[in-house]
Design a protein around this ligand. Sequence first.
Ligand SMILES: [Fe+2]
Ligand SMILES: [Fe+2]
Length: 262
Amino acid sequence: MTDAPRARTPTRPHRQTVTMPTTTEIAPAVHRISILYPEINLQFNHFLVTDDEPLLYHTGMRRMFPEVLEAVKQVIDPGKLRWIGFSHFEVDECGSLNDWLGVAPHAQAVSGMVGTLVNLNDFADRPPRALNADETFTTGRFRFRYRPTPHLPHGWDAGVLYEETQQVLFCSDLFTHNGDVEPLTDGDIVGRARESLRDFQAGPLMDYMPYTPKTRPMLEGLAAWAPRTLATMHGSSYTGDCAKALLELDGVMKEMLGAPAA
Ligand SMILES: [Fe+2]
Ligand SMILES: [Fe+2]
């Protein structure tokens, strides 16, 4: 296992190097396509779920679209993509959405009501599918549930997708940690997230997430699902007692982010 090294302060944030993606099946049919940005020592992970109706979670930035597309091609025909999901409107989450809609004629963005009304109705080249709180949809053998989590990790439109049959929680920026780390770990992901948050707080990336009175109830709600796998956007995915990790993350966020500004 690789310990998560410290974040580095980005010196050329608009000229990042895209490294070749690494693809790993972290759960049956859940393919993690990972690209490391060495300048900021951070992985960007995209999850391709292969099923009758394949789903991509996190499009990636426009700048990394050619690399992620090539990685998807190694698993399926990208033209067969049906669903494109993400947590919130931000370039790493959905920057290349329209590139994907261009190569996948039957693909549709799937988002919460807020994300649809506020962003996607204008941004997406084709109409998205808007989900209500706890609405489910199936892709074949898998069933996804959408849960809005406003401002967790960040953004009014934030939400998560939960694949119920295999208990995989696509948790976006929760548990973010730095380093060229392994695809899947059963190690101390909360400790890694704490280290990275501490480093973020000391530099230009401070206040990554808000901590509010609503944070703990939302994390408790996710923990109540008892996920078996956390598909994290930045860093290793996690397998183990995910409910415990989610509740411990609340303590870390409270400690790191919950104090009044100096
Ligand atoms: Fe984000
Ligand atoms: Fe992210």
